[in-house]
Design a protein around this ligand. Structure first.
Ligand SMILES: O=C[C@H](O)COP(=O)(O)O
Length: 332
C-alpha cells in the first residue's frame, strides 16, 4: 500500500476511539505455526529502505508527531521509581504538549495513550489520572525476565487488575519459544489472558532473546491464537529491543492473523525508540503494512520513556520556525 502524502492526520488524531471487538483467540493451529517462515535477508533489505524513503510533507510533520504522542505508553520502569516521579509522569501524560504549541498548530488538547508502570506504582498512577480516561498499563508476570513461579505470575496479574490497571503487559517465557514448545507458550498466554479478565493484555515477546525472526513470527502467531490483544516487541531491558526487521515480521503476523480470523490485534514496539524521526518511520511502516485503522491508540502504541521529550523539542522548533529542512523522514 502506498502512503499518500496529501492526507493530514490532524483531524483523525482526535476522533472518538473506535471500539474494536477483542481478539477471542482460537485453538492452537500447529500446522500454521510450523509453516511460518521468515526470509531474514528479504526482511532486512525491506527494513533498510524504510528510514528516509519518503519525505513528510512539511505541513503535516507536526500533525503526525502529535498523532504519535496520542499513541505513546508513557513509561517509567526503574528500580528507583517513586510516587512523586509517577505523579509527574502522569501530569505529563495529561498534558504532553505545551498549550502554546497546540494553539500555534490550531490543535485541541491531546493526551498520551497510557501510562506504563510497575505494579507498586499503579495506585499512584490511577489516582493521578482519575477522570482523564488515560488508562494505566502495568508490566507484569515477573517483568522483565518472567522467571518467577507460574502461580505468582498469574497472581501478579490479578493483583494489578484489582489495583486498577486496565492494561497488562505480560512477558512470555522465552524458553518455550527457544525449545519450540508452542503448546506451552499457548497455554501460558491463555492463562495470562484469562487472569486479565476485562483488562487488555499485551504480550511482550522480548524479541531480542528469541534467536531468529522465524521464532518471532511463530511466537507472535501463538500469542494471538491464545488471545493477546497486543503483541509487543520488548521490555526495554534486553540488549536488543525494538527494531524495524522485527517490527515487519510482527506486523505481517498481525496481518495474517487478521486475514485468517477477522480480528485486529494491536502492535507495540518498545525499547530504545527515543527520536521523533524514528516514530515517523514506525507510523509509516504501520500505514504501509496494516493501513490507517491501525494508526489509532487502540491498535498501536509506542512503549517509550524518552520519545515524548524529543517530539516536544521538534514541535517547538516547528512552531518557532526553526524546523530543519534536514528533518524529512518518512511519512505520508
Ligand atoms: O515498554 C517500554 C520500555 O520499557 C521503554 O523503553 P525505553 O526506556 O528504552 O524507552
Amino acid at each position: 500500500m502506498e502512503t499518500q502524502s496529501s492526507e493530514s492526520p490532524v483531524r483523525t488524531a482526535h476522533l472518538p476511539q473506535v471500539t474494536e471487538p477483542r481478539n477471542p483467540g482460537m485453538d492452537l493451529d500447529l500446522d500454521w505455526v510450523r509453516a511460518v517462515q521468515a526470509n531474514t535477508s528479504a526482511i532486512e533489505r525491506r527494513a533498510a529502505t524504510l528510514p528516509g524513503r519518503r519525505s513528510v510533507k512539511k505541513d503535516y510533520q507536526a500533525a503526525w508527531l502529535l498523532k504519535a504522542v496520542t499513541m505513546i505508553d508513557l513509561t517509567t520502569l526503574s528500580g528507583d521509581d517513586t510516587v512523586g516521579r509517577v505523579r509527574r509522569l502522569c501530569s505529563k501524560a495529561r498534558q504532553p504538549v505545551a498549550p502554546a504549541t497546540l494553539q500555534a498548530l490550531d490543535m485541541p488538547p491531546i493526551t498520551t495513550g497510557a501510562v506504563c508502570v510497575y505494579h507498586d506504582m499503579i495506585e499512584a498512577a490511577v489516582e493521578a489520572l482519575k477522570g482523564t480516561g488515560i488508562p494505566v498499563a502495568a508490566v507484569s508476570t515477573g517483568f522483565p525476565a518472567g522467571l518467577s513461579p507460574f502461580h505468582l505470575r498469574v497472581a501478579e496479574i490479578e493483583e494489578s487488575v484489582k489495583a486498577g490497571a486496565e492494561e497488562i503487559d505480560i512477558v512470555i517465557s522465552r524458553r518455550h519459544v527457544l525449545s519450540g514448545d508452542w503448546q506451552a507458550l499457548y497455554d501460558e498466554m491463555k492463562a495470562f489472558r484469562t487472569a486479565c479478565g476485562d483488562a487488555h493484555v499485551k504480550a511482550i515477546l522480548a524479541t531480542g532473546e528469541l534467536g531468529s525472526l522465524r521464532n518471532v513470527a511463530r511466537a507472535s502467531l501463538v500469542c494471538m491464537m491464545a488471545g493477546a490483544d497486543f503483541i509487543k516487541t520488548s521490555t526495554g531491558k534486553e540488549s536488543v529491543n525494538a527494531t524495524l526487521p522485527v517490527s515487519l515480521v510482527m506486523i505481517r503476523a498481525i496481518r495474517d492473523y487478521y486475514d485468517r480470523t477477522g480480528y485486529r490485534v494491536g502492535y507495540k514496539p518498545a525499547g530504545g525508540i527515543s527520536k521523533a524521526k524514528d516514530a515517523l518511520v514506525y507510523l509509516s511502516l504501520i500505514k504501509d503494512e496494516l493501513g490507517d485503522r491501525w494508526l489509532e491508540p487502540d491498535l498501536f502504541r509506542f512503549g517509550a520513556s524518552s520519545l515524548l521529550g524529543d517530539i516536544e523539542r521538534q514541535l517547538e522548533h516547528y512552531v518557532t520556525g526553526a524546523y530543519s529542512a534536514g528533518y524529512r523522514h518518512s511519512m505520508g
